[in-house]
Design a protein around this ligand. Sequence first.
Ligand code: NAD
Length: 262
Amino acid sequence: MTTLKGKVALVTGSTSGIGRAIALSLAGEGADVVLNGFGEDEAIEGLKGEMAKAGAGRVLFDGANLTQPDAIGAMIRRIEREAGAIDVLVNNAGIQHTAVVQDFPTDRWDAIIALNLSACFHTIHHALPGMLDRGWGRIVNVASVHGLVASTRKAAYVAAKHGLVGLTKVVALETAETGVTCNAIGPGWVLTPLVQAQIDRRAKEENIPVAQAEHDLLAEKQPSKAFVTPEQLGALAVFLCGDAARQIRGQTLVVDGGWTAQ
Ligand code: NAD
């Protein structure tokens, strides 16, 4: 399948986890893929090779730190210069920090809001004009179940993801009569480095084996007791890029093993 052949897709935070899987899925549809995120040079070269093998047209990498608005503008201008205008924008880069609100460090609050929310505004702000000019575009924001419901110890993350769900709706309304759509994906637990860190911390704090902490984490929130896979989210992103999804606008599609059905 090459449904995205000739389209340029930027996936933020695609050197790991969910972003990597979404980039691979878009590569599988023939898109030109722009990777972003942190990582060792060698790992990034390897990743570029994986994208090409999966079917990507051109593959670029830009290591912009997305907590810096100026770096976001510079990255988008560079992509437009070197790859052409962005057709598919996947706002995926995100970080987590857990602490009760009275102990939540201000610098962690600022960093989470900057990356998980404000960076999504800045990328959309810069990429949308090109999409509107060409009459086609797809914006996919990787939110979370935490864009719809809350958990303790995640004040910044829950606030940022709720904000991202709101931003998604506004952009969808402002583009409703155009060929550009904007939606969000709301995953439950996905076993990536971001969640592994939470499992490891839980095991340490409760003095239990890691396997027990993993089981408890799932059992507490996710009725299926199975992790969502990054590949399932990649397939959903591809679906949102297709014609069948043209009238899905402003939605948060949850993939959460039943978490928010409770
Ligand atoms: P991950 O830690 O595996 O990957 C995060 C990516 O973001 C990496 O590529 C990292 O280099 C990049 N990144 C971090 N800081 C950055 C910065 N300042 N600038 C640019 N890139 C930066 O995490 P993941 O679990 O794959 O999470 C991806 C997204 O999915 C996040 O937005 C997260 O909130 C969301 N999400 C994850 C889960 C889950 O269970 N893992 C659930 C719901 C939502």
